[in-house]
Design a protein around this ligand. Structure first.
Ligand code: TYM
Length: 353
């Protein structure tokens, strides 16, 4: 198919190219680990917000490839996986003319800030982070220091651009608390009001958690319960039709058990308010047929994803374009990062005598 994707023209003339935030624009930063294809959790929890925020904020969105090293990916996969997410970002509507889009490992300044923040991060607090405890339990043979200091690297990603808003899903709450704590601690230690305290952000006004279709918990790559943006219609239909349900409501207006609430949560993000209302009424008067709900949900997901999927295929095959976008994004991100880093170095005391 002939590509309809616009080449990025005049990128160097765009407002954002110097990465000087317009005075009234707050800075937004977020990233996703390249540990597989994007799924509906990433999409509704994070990327839809990225896309909507591009016009109103100074946005920087990156691919967190250093974070993915905690599980030791193969060398030949590192760059490929980053480009997969880059292609998917673009397919979802991230626009390099509006946002700075880069690969984390292309901006080395982040590492120096990571080191400084690590000097003020304490073993006890890092060990108490829930995701660290969970991962340490799941991979007892690989409880590495990178896993332990995951939250300081994430704080460095955010603070290196002095971001105020961070669009993330609900599962990142504790990491965000740590980022605020590290910002506050740095300011206190050096007696400066330097780093702003970054806040999690969702346009819906609440942290979003997209559930899996297997009955409990969140949709996640390691849970193996994902619908991917790259899934075709038949795959999506099959996955949705297999979603766990129960034997149906026994009295009117009863509370939905978790497995059913999960389907309604997906309806809420993927379908229209009318569709949601229709099935909610059916639930409440006990006439609901889960087969109908699943069929409708599957079609609504297919319709949302089909155009994205097409674009993923197009962008993925255009390595030259991806390379150019990554290079130009890194260049812009480095300007912003270098500014912060030189100020931080001065605050810490790395100045000429
Ligand atoms: P990661 O790669 O696990 O997930 C990327 C984004 O997708 C969101 N997400 C979900 N939201 C709702 N429901 C779900 N089921 C679901 N699954 C994933 C996540 O909340 C996240 O927003 N630590 C981050 C990556 C990172 C980062 C950062 C984020 C590194 N540095 C700086 C923001 C700022 C992570 O592991 O995301």
């Amino acid at each position: 198919m002939q590509t309809e994707i616009q080449p990025i023209q005049n990128i160097n003339n765009a407002n954002h190219s110097q990465n000087i935030p317009l005075d009234n624009m707050e800075t937004v930063v977020s990233g996703i680990r390249p540990t597989g294809n994007l799924h509906l959790g990433n999409y509704f929890g994070a990327v839809t917000n990225f896309v909507k925020m591009q016009d109103d904020y100074n946005c920087l969105f990156f691919i967190a490839d250093w974070h993915s090293l905690t599980t030791h990916p193969k060398p030949e996969d590192i760059r490929k996986s980053a480009y997969t997410i880059l292609a998917e970002y673009l397919a979802c509507g991230l626009d390099p003319e509006k946002s700075t889009i880069y690969i984390q490992s292309d901006v080395k300044e982040v590492l120096e800030l990571y080191l400084y923040l690590n000097m003020n991060a304490y073993l006890g607090e890092l060990e108490r982070v829930t995701s660290f405890k969970e991962k340490a339990r799941k991979q007892p043979d690989n409880v590495n220091a990178g896993l332990l200091t995951y939250p300081t690297l994430m704080a460095a990603d955010i603070l290196i651009h002095k971001a105020i808003k961070v669009p993330v899903g609900k599962d990142q709450e504790q990491n965000m608390e740590m980022a605020r704590k590290f910002a506050r601690r740095f300011n206190n230690i050096y007696g400066v009001e330097y780093f702003p305290e970054p806040q999690s952000y969702s346009l819906a006004g609440k942290g979003i958690k997209i559930p899996g279709l297997d009955g409990s918990g969140k949709m996640g790559k390691s849970e193996g319960n994902c619908i991917y943006l790259i899934d075709d219609a038949a795959t999506i239909r099959k996955k949705v039709m297999k979603a766990v349900t129960d034997s149906g409501p026994t009295e009117p207006n009863s509370q939905k058990p978790e497995v059913i609430q999960n389907l309604f949560t997906l309806l809420e993000v993927a379908s229209t308010p009318d569709t949601y209302k229709y099935f909610d009424e059916k639930w409440n008067d006990c006439s609901i047929r889960y087969g109908d709900l699943k069929k409708q949900l599957a079609e609504d997901i297919v319709n949302k994803i089909a155009p994205i999927r097409e674009k993923i295929v197009e962008y993925s095959s255009n390595t030259a374009l991806l390379k150019r976008i990554a290079e130009e994004g890194a260049e812009k991100a480095r300007i912003s990062a270098a500014k912060t880093l030189s100020e931080v170095q001065k605050i810490i005391g790395f100045t000429n005598i």
